[in-house]
Ligand binder design. Structure first.
Ligand SMILES: *Cc1c(COP(=O)(O)O)cnc(C)c1O
Length: 407
């Protein structure tokens, strides 16, 4: 008899976006004449940078010609892209990361979901709350948690991010083996300082643990004191894996390209307590289960590192940060405390009331869709996430409507 993986039945159904859709659809049905503005989405709205589009077209033409056609490429990514990443994203920031420590993939979501496979199932997890749900759910599927009780899985060490700690979790007293961190953060938009990251690295070393560092929003950092990579901090090569994505950097959410960095000096331990390098494990996993990102897409990604590509990506992220600034200013005027938006495309608003109640208020009175914080974890209650991913016109109109609704 074929049996299911019963860990899947522990998963708390993600009602968040389904619930939002249900409430939004009911509103539209009842008010067809009132146009909605969606500031709930975590997806970009602006088209690809022209440098990427040109590279994509040129690479497509190469694929149409017998002399330049490409079949399977290296599973870990073409050297032209891995070298560009090592040079521009790491060497230029003083980080020593070799090209062969970089694994190109079709998304940071799959990478941060798949990485747990190479670690034992009987390890202790530390996961932030609120959180990008992928980190938790993939560990539930793998059987690393107990049941969900009152919104939290048994056996997980939750790292509370709240107004009291500035939405950057404190170092826990208890020990953990695998630690998930995401800065700039989704959903809060909070960033971590060098000192805060150094403290996490010290904690990981003391616990012989590994940090999984998701820096998908690194391109939004404008404060020169905030590190873009965890490898800017001393000791990170021994304890941290970093995930990056072109999704929010260059509008690649529908194009698909990302990468993961595993330093060769990063160790994990076998049951006898012997240190083993993690790099060969992930290399084995990646080459066994993945056949590489398509050549035209890797060419488009490499174009991000040309002078034109760099300028266009900066303009793109500047544009969304311009929206974010308007949102922050509007919240301040309304007397609603918030974080994020200065080094991230999300603004995390402390609504001082139930997050679904505030969502319903914005929907019915302002026809604006946000994301209720409770959907990201227990600590998200009392907050909403407002996204800067939209046109300037829509953001301005939405903020006028919100101001009028909350008067
Ligand atoms: C958007 C996002 C990613 C990027 O995922 P892709 O699969 O590369 O599109 C990764 N982590 C977080 C927290 C995100 O919000």
């Amino acid at each position: 008899m074929i049996k299911i993986n019963e860990n899947y039945s522990k998963l708390k159904a993600s009602y968040l976006f389904a619930d939002i859709a249900r409430r939004v659809n009911a509103f539209i049905a009842a008010n067809p004449q009132k146009p909605l503005i969606r500031l709930g989405i975590g997806d970009v709205t602006e088209p690809l940078p022209p440098a990427c589009v040109e590279a994509l077209h040129a690479a497509t033409d190469e694929m149409a010609n017998r002399a330049t056609f490409k079949g399977y490429g290296p599973e870990q990514g073409y050297a032209f892209l891995r070298d560009a990443i090592a040079q521009h994203d790491y060497a230029a920031r003083g980080c020593s990361i070799e090209a062969d420590e970089i694994f190109v993939s079709d998304g940071a979501k799959c990478d941060c979901g798949n990485i747990q496979e190479i670690f034992s199932t009987d390890i202790r997890l530390a996961i932030p709350d609120p959180v990008y749900p992928v980190y938790v759910d993939t560990n539930v599927m793998a059987g690393r948690t107990g049941l969900n009780k009152d919104g939290r899985y048994e056996g997980v060490l939750y790292l509370d991010s709240n107004a009291a700690n500035g939405y950057v979790p404190a170092i826990p007293k208890a020990s953990a083996d695998l630690i998930y961190l995401c800065f700039p953060n989704n959903p809060t938009g909070a960033v971590a300082t060098r000192e805060q990251l150094a403290a996490w690295i010290a904690y990981a070393k003391a616990n012989k643990a590994v940090i999984l560092y998701d820096s998908a929003y690194e391109a939004y950092i404008r404060d020169p004191k905030i590190p873009h990579s965890i490898y800017e901090i001393e000791g990170a090569r021994e304890v941290a894996i970093e995930f990056r994505s072109y999704s929010k950097t260059a509008g690649f959410t529908g194009t698909r390209c990302a990468y993961t960095v595993i330093p060769k000096t990063l160790m994990a331990y076998d049951s006898a307590g012997n240190a083993q390098a993690v790099h060969p494990l992930w290399n084995r996993r990646h080459t066994t289960k993945f056949n590489g990102v398509s050549y035209p897409i890797q060419k488009a990604a490499a174009a991000i590192y040309t002078p034109a590509g760099q300028a266009q990506c900066k303009a793109l992220t500047d544009f969304y940060l311009g929206n974010a600034k308007l949102i922050r200013e509007a919240m301040a005027k309304l007397g609603l405390p918030c974080v994020g938006g200065d080094n991230a495309p999300y603004i995390w608003v402390n609504t001082g009331r139930d997050s679904w109640e505030f969502f319903d208020l914005l929907l019915s009175k302002a026809q604006v869709v946000c994301t209720p914080g409770a959907g990201f974890g227990t600590c998200g209650e009392g907050h909403v996430r407002i996204s800067a991913f939209n046109s300037r016109e829509n953001v301005v109109t939405a903020l006028e409507r919100i101001a009028a609704a909350l008067k």
